[in-house]
Ligand binder design. Structure first.
Ligand code: GDP
Length: 316
């Protein structure tokens, strides 16, 4: 994965220096841990996460586990692998479906994070597994957001519930017109609530609610997202974060956790070549697992996130 290419190269380089050593001295371990620390910091992994990570690696690398191992350097690589899997959330996380349909999934995140695109990807992926998703356009801030979700819905071949484009009036609900039904209303909380009712009536089994983002975290944005969350009581709230966001990732994630309390994280733009370490810190600092990864602009560039596979890719 391009995003972690540099980190990956740096770690391989570090491990190369260990290879062939029959026994590791404490100085070898310290030197290795120092290199890992630098590589993680240079990849933008948050300092607290790096400290905890390298602390654990060092402790385990100095233990009997390594000194008694047949191949100590391989053992160190294994430890780094285990700890990477741990900071990435441990076990792979699956969608928690509601006992009674519909399962409600709300998307939250900054503008440009990739929420609308993700809504389409998720819907297409779920439709491929015999689900009947309904996309909901509750992003009424950006004039073009509703249109964009309509395009995405059409590409994904799934239904959408949206206010009439360009109408922010708050008029009576219009009857559903094929795929493009919904109320003429400017209130995203009402749109989300009505959409859930619509999904129940029409027996869609998954509701995916796209919400408005801003360029930065602000109180109004958080309140709107929190109000939507309260009104529809979702089974899942996915915090969508651009892996290229850099050092701001941790603060943004914490703000969204405090504001809307998400249940899992989706990393987008993992195909980019920016340092993705900050995004890797998000699971660790929020205690919320990464559930999906988005790796391109096409609706098929999407995959469930497996911490162990990601760790292997990084250490490849
Ligand atoms: P939103 O404002 O959060 O709804 O973000 P959008 O879904 O509109 O995405 C913002 C831009 O990022 C669009 O140009 C998308 O095509 C692009 N985008 C979304 N996800 C990815 C991804 O995984 N990789 C790449 N390269 N681009 C993406």
């Amino acid at each position: 994965m391009a995003t972690f290419g540099n980190l990956s190269d740096r770690l391989s380089e570090t491990f190369k220096n260990l290879r062939g050593k029959g026994k590791l001295s404490p100085a070898d371990v310290d030197g290795t841990v120092r290199e890992i620390r630098r590589a993680l910091l240079d990849a933008d992994v948050a300092l607290d996460v790096v400290k905890e990570f390298t602390g654990k690696v060092r402790e385990r690398a100095l233990s009997d586990e390594v000194s008694k191992a047949l191949n100590p350097s391989q053992q160190v690589v294994q430890i780094v692998n285990d700890e990477l899997v741990a900071i990435l959330g441990g076990e792979a996380r699956r969608i928690q479906f509601a006992k009674t349909a519909p399962t409600i999934i709300m998307l939250a995140g900054l503008q440009g994070a990739g929420k609308t695109t993700l809504a389409g990807k998720l819907a297409k992926w779920l439709a491929g597994q015999n689900h009947t998703p309904l996309l909901v356009a509750a992003d009424l801030q950006r004039p073009n957001a509703v249109n964009q979700l309509q395009v995405v819905a059409q590409q994904a071949g799934v239904a959408i519930y949206a206010p009439e484009p360009g109408n922010t009036g708050g008029e009576e609900a219009a009857p559903s017109r094929g795929f493009f039904g919904g109320p003429k209303a400017g209130d995203p909380v009402k749109v989300a609530k009505d959409a859930v009712k619509f999904a129940k009536d029409k027996q869609y089994d998954i509701v995916i609610v796209d919400t408005a983002g801003r360029l930065g975290v602000d109180a109004e944005l958080m309140k709107q997202a929190a109000d939507i969350r309260k009104a529809i009581d979702p089974d899942e709230v996915f915090f969508v974060i651009d892996a290229m966001i850099g050092q701001d990732a941790v603060a943004t994630a914490k703000a969204f956790q405090a504001g809307v309390d998400f249940t899992a994280v989706v990393l987008t733009k993992l195909d980019g070549d920016a340092r993705g370490g900050a995004a890797l810190s998000v699971a660790s600092v929020t205690g919320r697992p990464i559930i999906f990864a988005s790796t391109g602009e096409s609706l098929d560039d999407f995959e469930p996130f497996y911490p162990d596979r990601m760790a292997s890719r990084i250490l490849d």
